[in-house]
Design a protein around this ligand. Sequence first.
Ligand code: PMP
Length: 422
Amino acid sequence: MTAPAAGAALRAPAAPPVALDVARIRAEFPILGQQVHGRPLAYLDSAATSQKPVAVLEALDRYYRQDNANVHRGVHALSERATRAYEGARVEVARFLHADPHEIVFVRGATEAVNLVAQTFGRQRVGPGDEILVTTLEHHSDIVPWQLLAAERGARVVPVPVDDAGDLDLGALEALLGPRVRLLAVTQVSNALGTVTPLDRIVALARARGVPVLVDGAQGAPHLGFDAAASGADFYVLSGHKLYGPTGIGVLWARREHLEAMPPWQGGGDMIRSVTFEGTTWNDVPYRFEAGTPHIAGAIGLAAALRWIAGVGAGAIAAHERALLGRLLAALREVPGLRIVGEPRERAGVVSFLLGDVHPHDLATIVDREGVAIRAGHHCAQPLMRRYGLAATARASVAAYNDDADVAALVRALHVAREVFA
Ligand code: PMP
């Protein structure tokens, strides 16, 4: 197979984006209008979960008020409407990912998607003595499912190292891509450091050795989007709740030939063609992988979120976030005693930091009292934290609705923390 062209995996905006009207966008997120501990809320924790625009809230409300019914099996009007909306959501996701709707499987989230691939594709492909390459940047949800698989199959999970800046060591990756490697799992964006991985080069290296690639897009999708068709990758996973959509809904994109060859994962209703006690046959893809009643409202809400993103402009959102993140970084560097953790070549969405020797949890607690929501901890990336000799960091993350007032509120709160811990 041919390697993708450089720059193909990340969808570049077609035209210079129009500047975002952030005040207008903020007005579409009712939750942001509240006060927390008597201060205006500055929500800088979108990497954990994003807030939801009115368009998404209304889509959920409308569905439950007007259309609620089970999908696929009913012939009555409500069921037909619910089925149309659910399948329409699949088409919307396919459009977002530049993929075929048959390649879109609805799951609970990125975590479930990785587990699905590990327990179907992985079980088929990985045997004793084989290797699964997993980068040190990965979230636990893109490490542990591979460890479970490796333990079951007598295989090994081999970490791909990162350098001091937080970038993947591509030389090491190339050297590790040996004959026993059956899969490479790599994140698009690190949730802990904000590193954007050079997917085009990574996928080209892996494909040159015939190694399939799973891309964790949980953090990448909201900031960069993804072009599945151009990417050269084999699997892509995302979580709706990080993408302005509801919790409990996520997406697995897989190349159709993989889905066709993969055995079912969970058994139940809707994933079968026929069931007898003598033997059961499977439904077509992607339904074969969606056993039981799906999260219908979640899929509809996710589609509304994707339409909202398209309406605002993915390129405009990305440009706004990039510029705001730059100003956030510059402002943090001015805070005495503050250390940024990770200085990757390319960054999206996230900045991790430490303030003197204040424990990040204490820092996040003080900052919260000032109305500022940040995250503290190991960010479900313990191997990465260990790489830098840390147990935890504080993390601020941005989305379309953040503005300079949020940055100023964080910096003000950090100065309060400095005084408290002086
Ligand atoms: N991968 C990354 C990079 C993440 O940041 C997260 C969520 N923090 C996940 C996977 C897992 O997503 P979810 O919990 O929605 O399944």
